[in-house]
Design a protein around this ligand. Structure first.
Ligand code: PDD
Length: 404
């Protein structure tokens, strides 16, 4: 059995040890799953997209005729209170979980009147996806969407989600992608995105899916990157013919699905739209840079240093005879912000150009007072063209500030 977290939680106005917190067995959350919840990412002690999560909490509560017990400011105080009392959440990525149930009352399906809702909140480490999941993508399976017809409510009645998820657990997959009468809805605890011909498509915002907070985020990342974005009904045939399939959620951020029901999705590798959206996501969650701070290393080395400039360090000079013997091990140093996913993204790019690339050939080091990371990727160089393409891909990436 897994050890229970040793953290402080919030219950009905008090902060208390999670393992000591108690509610009545007559709480309607316990008896009926009569509650609403939210899961909000915390990066470096900062709540991510908090206002959007609290707005959805308010919408869900209204849908089930529960009074919202707190203003947005009071919710923020509770969440920040958890962060302050659990210092680990300022060092590494976490999630704040908020839950409101209809409260304690004699067991009766009818909604009780005049009952005080139970308010509970806790904080948990956000388990990052493995480097393998980031570089190779994940496997999923499909199943019929047997859940209720009010998927837009973020309800704690999650038995159907638990049963749906277990289908992929038993198949060794990361998620169960659900279809209702041949039409894609979402996955057991994530939204699903289909990429075809450079266009990102998702299910409409209706009562059959939970509108993830990443709906708005991915839409704006697509807009910024000039990627067409569309919400519409997507058939099973379209899902199976996708160039790329992506999952999104507070905990998965954006994740590439590269196998579906045992078949490769598109090329079978995380695709270019995934790479772009993932990089955009990492930028969106990076700490805002203080206005006075100069752009990192920009003066010394231009962002996206042209291949010819990088070439001075080690790659053969244009037109000159090659100074490198192929194949040989070739170190490339990339500097970027110390954000989750930076190293994995650079590894993914290296792997695309050097399929035999291994994680043992990655070295990383803090620099510039811990705000930046310098990563050395030692690839197997097989040709000048391969190295040029790899340099181009690395320097073109928005997270790579400097490539040597
Ligand atoms: N799940 N759809 C369902 C059914 C979900 O449960 C979730 C999130 C999402 C994605 O929503 P968001 O982008 O706001 O996280 C979509 C959370 C993480 C959970 O239940 O733990």
């Amino acid at each position: 059995m897994q050890a229970l977290p040793d953290t402080l939680c919030f219950l009905n106005g008090d902060y208390t040890a999670l393992q000591e917190a108690r509610i009545s067995v007559l709480d309607r959350g316990f008896i009926f799953g009569d509650g609403i919840y939210e899961v909000i990412p915390v990066y470096g002690g900062r709540l991510f997209r908090f206002d959007e999560h609290i707005a959805r909490l308010a919408r869900s509560l209204a849908e089930v005729q529960m009074t919202n017990p707190h203003s947005a400011d009071a919710w923020r105080e509770i969440a920040e209170g958890l962060i302050a009392r659990n210092p680990a959440s300022q060092q590494s990525d976490h999630t704040v979980y908020l839950q409101v149930t209809r409260g304690v009352a004699p067991r009766d399906h009818a909604m009780p009147q005049g009952v005080t809702p139970t308010v509970f909140a806790m904080i948990n480490p956000l388990k990052a996806q493995s480097a393998q999941a980031r570089t190779e993508g994940v496997a999923c399976v499909t199943a019929e969407d047997f859940r209720w017809q009010k998927g837009h409510i973020k309800s704690t009645s999650l038995l159907s989600a638990v049963l749906a998820r277990q289908i992929s657990v038993e198949a060794g997959g990361t998620e169960t992608i659900l279809l209702r009468d041949g039409i894609l809805s979402e996955a057991s605890s994530s939204n699903v995105w289909v990429v075809k011909d450079g266009r990102v498509m998702g299910s409409p915002r209706d009562h059959l899916v939970l509108e993830g907070i990443r709906y708005g985020l991915l839409e704006s990342l697509c807009r910024d990157a000039g990627i067409p974005f569309e919400l519409r009904r997507i058939s099973r045939a379209e899902l199976l013919a996708a160039d790329e399939i992506l999952l999104s959620s507070a905990t998965k951020e954006v994740l590439a699905v590269t196998r579906l029901d045992g078949q490769a999705v598109g090329s079978g590798r995380p695709g270019p739209i995934y790479q772009q959206l993932y990089a955009g996501y990492q930028q969106a969650k990076a700490p805002p840079r203080p206005a006075a701070e100069p752009a990192p290393v920009a003066a010394a080395a231009p962002v996206a240093a042209p291949v010819a400039a990088s070439a001075k360090a080690s790659v053969p000079i244009e037109g000159a005879e090659s100074l490198i013997e192929y194949p040989s091990l070739f170190p490339i140093k990339v500097m970027g912000p110390r954000v989750e996913g930076f190293v994995e993204t650079m590894v993914a790019i290296a792997t695309e150009h050097d399929p035999g690339f291994e994680l043992s050939r990655v070295q990383q080091r803090d620099s510039s007072g811990g705000k930046y990371l310098s990563v050395t990727l030692t690839v197997t160089a097989t040709s000048r063209e391969q190295l040029d393409n790899l340099y181009r891909a690395l320097t073109a990436h928005p997270l790579a500030k400097y490539v040597l």
